[in-house]
Design a protein around this ligand. Structure first.
Ligand SMILES: Cc1cc2nc3c(=O)[nH]c(=O)nc-3n(C[C@H](O)[C@H](O)[C@H](O)COP(=O)(O)OP(=O)(O)OC[C@H]3O[C@@H](n4cnc5c(N)ncnc54)[C@H](O)[C@@H]3O)c2cc1C
Length: 346
């Protein structure tokens, strides 16, 4: 079999690159063995503001301009709903926090995203004496549905290979790579935390962070916004909510833990006043990088081997943005933004 690209990984990064290839009529196959779960469990939130520090997310405007049309296209092609426009309400815990919000909403680069009106809380199930600040242009991509549906879509097109990619079997030539019976012009690795087992790129400084989420059933809560306090509360419909997330820099497994559950429930106690039941728990490893920027670029010796990784905590917004840059770099010789290029670690 001859193709333009072999792609390893069908998470948010891999899918965003598939979309680039599809749009340009390139041929490809995708390997995925379900060894990493970050994209399949992600809350899927997109939010242009760092709510801890009241600063804009790096390149937020540019990222959203590319990401939202991409998810719209996938919705159309796969006939599914992915993008739920939903406001994010940041809960204030003091007058000082309210003042900090007002100061931030005046700053260039932030005024577009932060509403200057304080929202009062009228929901008896929530403890929010000082009200909320509303972040604008936010939403949720149904990431688990996206991953599942996209794999099925690729299977139907006969380009999905549900197998582990075995790096030892890759043969490298000047203008091509050969893997088993597949010959490709280029190979792109998008394995998330799985890159640690990739001998070509595992020297890059990932500082991976395991995350866990709970799903609760809370019939009395009745909120139609994402609530950000010490945890995120994301409505899923039918009285179900995602509660998240934890950060753990030691545990490298995808196993759910009692510690994470307790941590999230303790935080939830400070904001929720109604009854609820925990109905689910999931875990995954975020491919975060030491300098909080993605890992994109070409291998130092093998010029037809590339990486698309380091999506960190914000894969939904970043993946389409960096996939576009990587495609332009490979096919049209467009330079990569210095901040995302792996040469910064040479
Ligand atoms: C609990 C949690 C909550 C999150 N919430 C959000 C959120 O609300 N918003 C947001 O934007 N981001 C969120 N994130 C972050 C987001 O999930 C990540 O940035 C993103 O999923 C990373 O995508 P990826 O494609 O790089 O990696 P992954 O999703 O890990 O995908 C890599 C894929 O490669 C495959 N693979 C790896 N090695 C091999 C191999 N050798 N052979 C075959 N296949 C292989 C894996 O099976 C996997 O499917 C969250 C993450 C977690 C863990």
């Amino acid at each position: 079999m001859k193709v333009d690209y072999i792609l390893v990984g069908c998470g948010l990064a891999g899918i965003a690159f598939c979309e680039q290839l599809k749009n340009k009529n390139k041929t490809f196959v995708v390997f995925d063995n379900n060894s990493q779960l970050s994209s399949s469990v992600a809350g899927g939130l997109y939010n242009p503001v760092v709510l801890k520090r009241f600063t804009p997310v790096w390149q937020s405007k540019e990222q959203l301009e590319i990401a939202l049309p991409m998810y719209r296209n996938i919705e159309k092609e796969l006939n599914i709903k992915l993008d739920y426009k939903i406001p994010v309400f940041r809960r204030f815990t003091s007058v000082e926090e309210q003042n900090n919000w007002f100061a931030a909403s005046d700053k260039i680069g932030l005024s577009r995203w932060l509403s200057t009106k304080i929202k009062k809380n009228d929901n008896p199930s929530i403890d929010a004496e000082f009200g909320f600040g509303e972040v604008l242009e936010t939403g949720r991509i149904d990431s688990p549905l996206l991953i599942d549906s996209y794999k099925k879509y690729l299977k139907e097109k006969d380009v999905f290979i549900p197998e582990e990619f075995n790096y030892k079997e890759l043969l490298l030539h000047d203008n091509s790579v050969i893997y088993k019976n597949i010959k490709a012009k280029n190979i792109v690795f998008a394995e998330g935390f799985g890159v640690k087992r990739n001998p070509f790129f595992n020297h890059l400084p990932l500082k991976e962070a395991k995350g866990e989420l709970l799903i609760i059933d809370a019939p009395d809560l009745k909120i139609e916004f994402v609530l950000k306090s010490s945890v995120f509360l994301i409505p899923l419909g039918n009285d179900k909510y995602i509660i998240g997330a934890t950060y753990n820099w030691k545990d490298k497994t995808n196993n759910i833990t009692q510690e994470a559950k307790e941590e999230l429930l303790n935080k939830l106690k400070t904001v929720l006043k109604c009854n609820y039941k925990v109905v689910g728990q999931v875990a995954g490893i975020r491919p975060t990088v030491i300098d909080r920027r993605p890992l994109v670029g070409v291998h130092s010796e093998n010029k037809n081997m590339f990486i698309l990784n380091g999506l960190g905590t914000r894969g939904v917004m970043i993946a389409p943005y960096i996939a576009k840059q990587l495609y332009g770099f490979i096919e049209n010789n467009k330079p990569l933004e210095r901040e995302i290029d792996i040469v910064r670690f040479n």
